[in-house]
Design a protein around this ligand. Structure first.
Ligand SMILES: [Zn+2]
Length: 403
């Protein structure tokens, strides 16, 4: 169901071309209701409160992959290789969320080079994304702070291009300006495997931020591009927070104190982030935000991370970056175990947990309102909810982006 606040007219990606003639068509996964994911049950009065919160306040999802995957996971590899990925406009409209940080197809963009973070891969996918975006008028590319509220007021969605890592650029820092010009407003310094700028969470040797990494942070600060530390190693994360003159995002992670995985952040990093006015988004990709108490991944274990972090640093330094997509996310993880940072290195030394076919209660980007339902059900005030679903992220954006 499309949120009644959103003006979506049914546009499907690339319908400006001829399917079968101009590009190979794949049967795509259903964007809404693909699986039987639970909806937090509420009374009529609570339902109305959820609706009024979305109506009144700006909502920002700090990390999603809005691409729609093929219905048959066996088609995934070829679909990605062709690098013509559909955007789930229907799912975004169903969520009712105003602003989404769109992480494109990080780590699996292999059209132009087998190296996911090759410059030509990254530029290709941004261009393809922008081309499709410019053929419809529900969603638009967010370039300035004022665009975000406009999406809320006009029943649209503002999509923020968000790269999980800097592509390989060597010392050609002018390329960061080029990315900015293409619309990139949030970027990680590094993905899990590490690069010339910083160590990633998969590196055995956490070598921190390199000299080039310091230069990159400085250029991003000057340009007004937000920095993300989600996939940076622990030493690198602390050094990035320290080096940045502006608040930093950790768009999608959780608390390592609750689940000892490399994808989670220790208290020390979460506190350092908050001390410099940055924020952390709670992650929901399959089998990430588990807890020792709750080893079957669902919205309940995800919200355990929220509650823990909120107690640790307060309500002003937390938000949500669900990191979901449209299609079978678990099948995708199996197919790309190495590239997606959930391979053996990440499973090693983790406590036993129950593998799930999907994350019940937060399976795809259209289910974002379930977070608000959970918060309403658990007694959070409208003001608190407005902060974690948008105002906190907006504060960081205002301090980072150029006006
Ligand atoms: Zn990620």
């Amino acid at each position: 169901m499309i949120s009644k606040r959103k003006k979506y007219n049914g546009y499907k990606s690339f319908s400006y071309l001829e399917a079968g003639k101009d590009y190979k068509e794949f049967k795509l996964a259903k964007e809404v209701g693909r699986v039987k994911s639970s909806v937090i049950p509420l009374s009529k009065k609570e339902e109305e409160r959820v609706e009024s919160i979305f109506e009144k306040y700006l909502s920002i999802s700090m990390h999603e992959h809005l691409l729609v995957f093929p219905d048959d996971p066996n088609d995934t590899m070829e679909y990605l290789r062709r690098s013509r990925q559909a955007i789930g406009y229907e799912g975004v409209a169903a969520s009712g969320v105003d602003v989404v940080f769109e992480a494109l197809n990080d780590g699996v963009a292999i059209a132009k080079s087998p190296d996911a973070w090759a410059w030509e891969n990254v530029v290709h996918q941004i261009g393809m994304f922008n081309s499709d975006l410019d053929h419809q008028d529900f969603a638009f590319l967010a370039r300035r702070v004022e665009d975000l509220q406009r999406a809320h007021d006009n029943g649209q969605a503002a999509l923020v291009i968000h790269l999980e890592s800097a592509p390989h650029m060597g010392t050609e820092y002018d390329k960061v300006d080029v990315l900015y010009g293409l619309g990139v407003r949030v970027m990680g310094i590094v993905y899990s495997e590490g690069n010339e700028y910083a160590s990633g969470i998969a590196n055995k040797n956490d070598f921190g931020l390199t000299d080039r990494g310091y230069d990159l942070v400085e250029r991003m600060n000057k340009l007004g591009m937000s920095i993300d530390i989600s996939h940076a190693g622990e030493k690198a994360s602390l050094e990035i927070i320290e080096a940045s003159k502006k608040p930093v995002f950790c768009t999608h992670a959780g608390a390592k104190a609750l689940w000892p995985s490399r994808r989670m952040k220790p208290d020390e990093i979460i506190k350092a982030l908050a001390e410099k006015e940055g924020i952390i988004g709670v992650e929901a990709a399959p089998h990430t935000t588990l807890t020792m108490k709750n080893r079957t991944h669902s919205i309940e274990s995800i919200m355990e991370h929220f509650v823990y972090i909120e107690k640790l640093v307060g309500i002003n330094y937390i938000g949500f970056g669900p990191d979901t997509l449209f299609g079978d996310h678990v099948a995708l993880h199996h197919a790309f175990a190495k590239e997606l940072s959930i391979g053996t290195a990440f499973r090693a030394n983790l406590p036993e947990f129950q593998e799930v076919p999907y994350v019940d209660g937060l399976e795809n980007p259209s289910e974002y309102p379930n977070i608000v339902r959970w918060l309403v059900k658990h007694g959070y005030s409208d003001q608190e909810i407005s902060k974690v679903i948008g105002q906190n992220a907006l504060r960081v954006i205002k301090k980072t982006w150029c006006k």
